[in-house]
Design a protein around this ligand. Structure first.
Ligand code: ATP
Length: 363
């Protein structure tokens, strides 16, 4: 029996392509006996067939597994009567039911990838956005009202318990990192709109309380609008940024844009027991089924999964495999052995997969 059981949910659009690419690469990196993959149904196309975006047996398998690897979910035409997209419910249900409260999104400029920001070199943009994942504005999804076709409301919800645990996650993460590229200082930046709304002022004050236990990590503050400018003008200042759910969602796409786009940006959604790993991008239906997607974001999410499992189970072999996967991706990108289409090259999803597998075996 394999040491770790991983549920895979391919999902929609480019989801199956990038998920299967990652399975192939993780198998090559870990060797036999380490991982077993359990394919499960879910997503917007599954909803069209069955009426369920996340079937009960998939949920039970996710609950029992050591980790979950997901491609992407969502199709633009598949919506509920209120106009919201069905596909998003796949990861929203998992987030809420499995209590995946910290969404970790590394923003790192790899060698070989050109940033649209002039002057910045690999190593100078290297920070992590920690998005609170179970509260905030999105927690009220489905609970808002539309009244008389005249007005609509959705309500932001934040709790001391929810903020404390995500803030602690951010400070602990900073402790394990090398600090901001600019000055080597460990720093947690709290991203909010504390000047406008009470809920955000509360978010900031609870983060302040938590920072009291971390004298070795500096606390810093930025309003959500101002940080969009800072992330472009001084990205090297950042180490870890912690943000409310919706702000975290928005600024992590911006951060991804500064290091090559959605196709290179991984994501890990973590709770105390469970972990869900997928690229930060959506299902990109415009390029689905053409073998044109870059698997890099999902592959790097797979590496995050290996490292998370390695930490949890104190498994040095798995940590080494995570390093190998990241090194292989870096080797392929920096030597331009295969350049995905979203980074200006011509490599297909399968060509990227083969190049990364070759780099793994020659490591
Ligand atoms: P969501 O709302 O679910 O996050 P979205 O429609 O806003 O999804 P994405 O699906 O993330 O956005 O993608 C936006 C565009 O970026 C896509 O249309 C596609 O052209 C490009 N893109 C996203 N992911 C990839 C990828 N892995 N490889 C290549 N291009 C990608």
């Amino acid at each position: 029996m394999a040491k770790y059981e991983i549920v895979t949910i391919d999902g929609d659009g480019i989801g199956p392509e990038v998920c299967q690419s990652t399975v192939e690469i993780l198998r090559a990196a870990c060797g036999a006996g380490m991982l077993s993959f359990i394919p499960c149904d879910g997503g917007a196309s599954h909803y069209l067939k069955s009426g369920s975006v996340l079937p009960e047996d998939t949920f039970e398998a996710c609950k029992a597994a050591d980790a979950i690897l997901h491609g992407a979910a969502g199709l633009p035409g598949v919506t509920y009567p209120d106009g919201t997209e069905v596909g998003n419910d796949l990861h929203l249900i998992l987030r809420f039911k499995l209590d995946l409260y910290a969404n970790m999104r590394p923003i790192r400029l790899y060698a070989g990838v050109e940033s649209p920001l002039r002057h910045w070199r690999p190593g100078q943009i290297d920070y992590v956005i920690v998005r609170e994942n179970t509260e905030g504005l999105y927690a009220s999804r489905g609970g808002g009202i539309v009244l008389r076709d005249e007005l609509a409301t959705d309500t932001i919800v934040v709790t001391r318990k929810g903020i404390e645990r995500v803030a602690r996650f951010a400070f602990e993460l900073s402790r394990r990192r090398k600090g901001a590229p600019r000055d080597g200082r460990r720093r947690v930046t709290v991203c909010d709109k504390a000047n406008i709304l009470r809920s955000y002022a509360f978010f900031r004050s609870v983060c302040d309380d938590v920072s009291g236990s971390y004298d070795d990590v500096e606390i810093d503050y930025a309003y959500a609008d101002a940080i969009t400018v800072h992330m472009l003008k001084r990205p090297d200042f950042y180490d870890v940024i912690v943000a409310e759910n919706m702000f975290g969602d928005i600024i992590s796409d911006l951060g991804a844009g500064t290091v090559g786009g959605m196709g290179v940006s991984p994501s890990a959604e973590l709770g105390d027991r469970h972990g869900l790993f997928q690229g930060a991008h959506g299902s990109a239906p415009d390029i689905a089924g053409q073998n044109a997607a870059s698997p890099v974001a999902t592959v790097l999410s797979g590496a995050l999964m290996l490292r998370w499992l390695a930490d949890k189970h104190t498994d040095a072999g798995l940590a080494a495999a995570a390093d190998r996967v990241e090194r292989a991706v870096e080797h392929v990108l920096s030597n331009k052995l295969a350049v995905p289409r979203d980074l200006g090259g011509t490599a297909s999803c399968t060509e990227m997969t083969s190049a990364i597998c070759r780099a793994l075996t020659s490591d």
